[in-house]
Design a protein around this ligand. Structure first.
Ligand code: GLN
Length: 198
């Protein structure tokens, strides 16, 4: 891996600019990804929050779904936040009938899991990689309902739900780290990218 990895942010739908800002704050080159050539040029990718059903449809419409799935299988480091967590889960609950996921992390994730009364909330949780409290913003967020082998828990909600995981080069958070968590989740991901050896 070069010392200056290029990190893409999938820019089909969702909060792209905030992720680019977080990367810039870390001195990392962030680029938007909408086309196959752009996907092929990045060393890592962020799947932003938004609406997983829409991102799924757009990935397919833009011819990115299968190539991205293949790159994930080859070890591309990917950070998925909220809708991005849903897209990285091997299995989802509460999806629409035609909804597909990229998969890669052996977890079952429930969409919109926290219920309507907490459509949006900011809570303090412990970010286990550095053992310090983190402000986490949840927006119609999923949670991890069950996990397979080799999945590392990075954070749980105050109610004890798993809300951030790592598996190989894949990291997923149910919350939006680009909104209130400073750049710690991005820093954690960029460190992983630097060590991923691609
Ligand atoms: N509920 C959304 C979905 O299912 C995710 C929400 C978000 O990304 N903030 O895709």
């Amino acid at each position: 891996m070069t010392t200056r990895p290029v990190v893409g942010v999938l820019a089909l739908q969702g909060d792209v600019r905030e992720h680019l800002d977080a990367l810039r704050g870390l001195g990392v080159d962030g680029v938007t990804v909408r086309r196959l050539a752009e996907l092929e040029s990045v060393d890592a990718l962020i799947l932003p929050g938004g609406e997983s059903t829409t991102i799924d449809k757009l990935l397919r419409a833009f011819g990115l779904f299968e190539p991205l799935r293949a790159r994930i299988r080859e070890g591309l480091p990917v950070l998925g936040t909220c809708a991005g967590m849903i897209l990285l889960a091997d299995t989802i609950l509460g999806g629409t009938s035609d909804q597909q996921v990229l998969g890669g992390i052996p977890v079952t994730v429930r969409r919109n899991a926290f219920g309507r009364q907490v459509d949006s909330s900011e809570v303090t949780l412990l970010w286990l990689p550095d053992g310090k409290p983190m402000n986490a913003t949840f927006i119609r967020a999923p949670w991890v309902e069950s996990m397979g082998e080799g999945v590392e828990v990075l954070a749980t909600s105050p109610g004890g739900r798993v809300v951030a995981v790592k598996h190989g080069n894949l990291v997923a958070t149910a919350f939006h780290p680009e909104i209130s968590a400073g750049s710690r989740v991005h820093r954690y991901f960029v460190d992983l990218v630097r060590h991923a050896g691609h």
